[in-house]
Design a protein around this ligand. Structure first.
Ligand code: ADP
Length: 483
């Protein structure tokens, strides 16, 4: 495929050539029409002049005008002939049936041409014109006829004047010269100009391609394409590319962070597991120490299995490979079920779990995933609330949506941390939360948010440090059949 520059130049040259051709054709036709008109006028002038001369020299009675003794039997008398010979061009004078006079130029033609000319002349109407080609003389003539006023006494009826049409060819040839010699030259110059201009116009694109090539090697994503004029198309292209590079940079960074975090989170339990196994191997068979080491190892394995399961869930969600088994889900029984688990966990943690408001509402969703989402929020609330605190669950039907809220009186989240809590592996206090009784890895909320969004819903958080948090999940409700 030819470069854009070549395509622009070729298109321009073609368009220009077509315009030139059309222009030349119009000029050619116009020039010929004007030249033809001029010829017609000059022939008509000669014919008029002939008629006037005949009148002035007294074309009267037939006896005075016609010489019947001539070779042809009927001719104008020599007196008339001599005075008419001054008329320029090809002139023919006739009565209704005979040729009475032929100008010297006509007389110089061959017999065949003379016959052709006189028969064409007799066919002409008064004032009409006609173009004839005399074959032997290779001559094209424009004939114009003028009729003498019909009078009984005057034998002369027709004066036909002819002029060669050669000037028409000259006019055509001039235009043809312009079209064949000057036009290609202009075309060449303008194609060259188009080539140069296109090169200059496309130069920023060339520069941009080089810049993007340099940036997209993967290590220079922090660089941006210089944008000179924000208003023009190149400026907009540059801005769009910069925005794209910026998004790429963010996602590459997130990917790198995710891989590093995942490796780190897997490395820690593996180290612990290894130490446990070593301890179990070095202690006496069946001793309490060995059992403790093995139980710890088991716990680490379970923790790792959970982590890998969460990573798998998110990876599949990212790829869009996770099918939700959507069905009408009644929220009330689901929330009651979650509340039961919350009660057991809350009791163990010394918390009051209450469920003041439950409204019945149905959504279209995946029951298992919704349960996982609600349990994530409930376990977080219990995990991050100190003994003696309270956790409250509500289910409301508002504006065509089901809103499930988990409110706690726990440690709360600082305003500055709120924007990050849905990020993968993000924890308010990474060091403290791992290993202790709050041993999360920071994937729970990321998964919860994905589940809510996959249902067309969202999660809203409001929290105050030291006062507690409130997580509200909104899921669009299934329109009821009777409404
Ligand atoms: P984790 O497994 O660490 O709980 P999550 O993704 O569920 O991971 O939560 C991310 C972080 O958000 C937690 O580490 C915690 O710091 C904060 N967080 C989540 N829920 C609450 C809550 N109810 N109260 C206080 N902090 C919370």
């Amino acid at each position: 495929m030819a470069s854009i520059r070549t395509r622009i130049t070729v298109s321009y040259a073609l368009a220009f050539a077509a315009t030139m051709f059309a222009f030349s054709a119009v000029v050619w036709a116009e020039r010929r029409a004007v030249a033809f008109d001029d010829l017609r006028k000059s022939a008509a002038n000669v014919a008029d002049l002939g008629i006037r001369m005949l009148r002035l020299s007294g074309v009267g009675s037939e006896a005075m005008t016609i010489d019947t003794t001539s070779l042809t039997g009927r001719e104008l008398t020599p007196r008339f002939k001599t005075s008419l010979d001054v008329l320029p061009g090809y002139v023919l004078i006739a009565d209704s049936a005979h040729v009475l006079y032929l100008s010297p130029l006509v007389s110089s033609l061959g017999d065949k041409d003379q016959t052709q000319l006189s028969s064409a002349s007799f066919k002409l109407q008064n004032g009409a014109d006609s173009v004839i080609t005399l074959d032997s003389a290779r001559l094209e003539l424009l004939l114009v006829a003028r009729a003498e006023r019909a009078s009984a006494s005057s034998p002369v009826r027709w004066v036909v004047a002819g002029v060669p049409t050669a000037p028409l060819d000259v006019a055509g040839a001039q235009v043809l010269f312009l079209a064949l010699v000057v036009a290609p030259l202009i075309l060449l110059i303008s194609a060259g100009t188009a080539w140069t201009l296109a090169g200059r116009m496309l130069q920023p694109i060339e520069q941009m391609v080089n810049d993007v090539e340099a940036i997209s090697d993967g290590r220079s994503l922090h660089r941006r394409i210089p944008v000179e004029d924000l208003g023009d198309e190149f400026g907009r292209l540059g801005t769009t590319l910069n925005a794209m590079i910026s998004r790429l940079e963010t996602s590459f960074a997130a990917l790198r962070r995710f891989t590093a975090d995942a490796s780190h989170e897997l490395k820690t339990p593996l180290t612990v597991l290894r130490a446990d196994i070593e301890r179990a191997m070095t202690t006496a068979q069946g001793s309490t120490d060995q059992l403790v080491a093995l139980e710890e190892g088991l716990q680490e394995t379970a923790r790792m299995a959970d982590l890998v399961e969460s990573l798998l869930t998110l990876a599949r969600a990212d790829e869009g490979r996770f099918d939700l088994h959507r069905e009408p889900v009644e929220m009330e029984p689901l929330v009651r079920d979650v509340a039961e688990t919350a009660n057991i966990l809350g009791e163990a943690a010394g918390l009051r779990v209450s469920m003041p408001a439950l409204q019945s509402i149905t959504v279209l969703g995946d029951r298992t995933r919704l349960r996982q989402l609600f349990l994530n929020l409930v376990t977080n609330a219990i995990k991050y609330t100190a003994k003696g605190g309270a956790v409250e669950l509500t289910l409301e039907a508002t504006d065509g949506a089901a809103v499930f809220t988990v409110k706690d009186t726990g440690i709360g989240i600082a305003g500055a941390d709120l924007p990050f809590i849905f990020d993968r592996f993000w924890r308010v206090d990474r060091v403290r939360s791992r290993g202790g009784e709050r041993g999360g890895v920071g994937l729970g909320l990321a998964i919860s948010q994905w589940i809510a969004q996959a249902h067309g819903g969202s999660i809203n958080v409001s929290s105050r440090l030291g006062r507690g948090s409130s997580f509200a999940v909104t899921i669009p409700a299934l329109p009821s059949v009777d409404s």
